[in-house]
Design a protein around this ligand. Structure first.
Ligand SMILES: N[C@@H](CCC(=O)N[C@@H](CS)C(=O)NCC(=O)O)C(=O)O
Length: 210
């Protein structure tokens, strides 16, 4: 079995996505802290691992892999025998559709704007930009409702088995659910509300996202 090292900040949603998969698979790995708050992720040392200065980066026996979608699909193959991806091609495409919706539309609004403005800025002594938060609610709602439309919720996003789509959305909901905007964003998503009640209690989620 390869030696796996995850570089990244433990509170990063994308780092959590990778760790949720590893924890659920019961795989040994090392987490090496790289802060995105004190310049460490922009240091020459880290940029040599990931030229974009983003976390996570996965090191596999000395080979570096970055971009969370590439990392989780690789790990799914080597540590989980593909059990975290639907076997059926259409469902597999829907898994990638959910990952794409999160990367392109949900993360920038939900985390990059609402969570940063509501939780991070005040914790650092700043003032929330209310106009910026308000402008992010409608696009975040559109993205969550698009995921709702793809969700089976029986009980996981794409069926009976937890998988990569769940590992992508759980870390976003962890933070978004702590903001006042969560209620409006999820007002029309009953399947996701039931999903969230279930997955937020899972032991891996408590361990990785505490
Ligand atoms: N496309 C990257 C995005 C990763 C990403 O945005 N990570 C955030 C933390 S959740 C980060 O590194 N932020 C630091 C920064 O933007 O400087 C991936 O899929 O891995």
């Amino acid at each position: 079995m390869a030696t796996l090292t995850v570089y990244g900040t433990p509170i990063s949603t994308y780092v959590r996505t990778v760790r949720l998969l590893l924890e659920r698979a019961g795989t040994d790995y090392t987490l090496k802290g790289v802060s995105i708050f004190n310049g460490e992720s922009q240091s020459a040392d880290y940029l040599a691992k990931n030229p974009f200065g983003k976390v996570p980066t996965l090191e596999v026996d000395g080979v570096l892999l970055y971009e969370t979608n590439a990392i989780v699909e690789y790990l799914d193959a080597v540590v989980a025998d593909h059990k975290f991806s639907p076997a059926e091609p259409l469902r597999q495409a829907q898994m990638r559709q959910i990952m794409g919706i999160i990367d392109s539309y949900l993360y920038p609004r939900a985390i990059g704007t609402i969570v940063i403005q509501r939780l991070i800025v005040p914790s650092q002594g700043g003032t929330t930009d209310e106009a910026l938060v308000n402008s992010a609610v409608a696009p975040a709602k559109t993205a969550v409702e698009a995921i709702e439309a793809l969700t089976l919720g029986t009980p996981y996003l794409l069926g009976n088995d937890i998988g990569i789509a769940d590992f992508y959305l759980i870390p976003i909901f962890i933070y978004l659910s702590k903001t006042p905007e969560f209620a409006a964003i999820t007002a029309q998503t009953p399947k996701l509300k039931a999903w969230w009640e279930h997955v937020s209690q899972l032991p891996e989620v408590t361990k990785v996202c505490a």
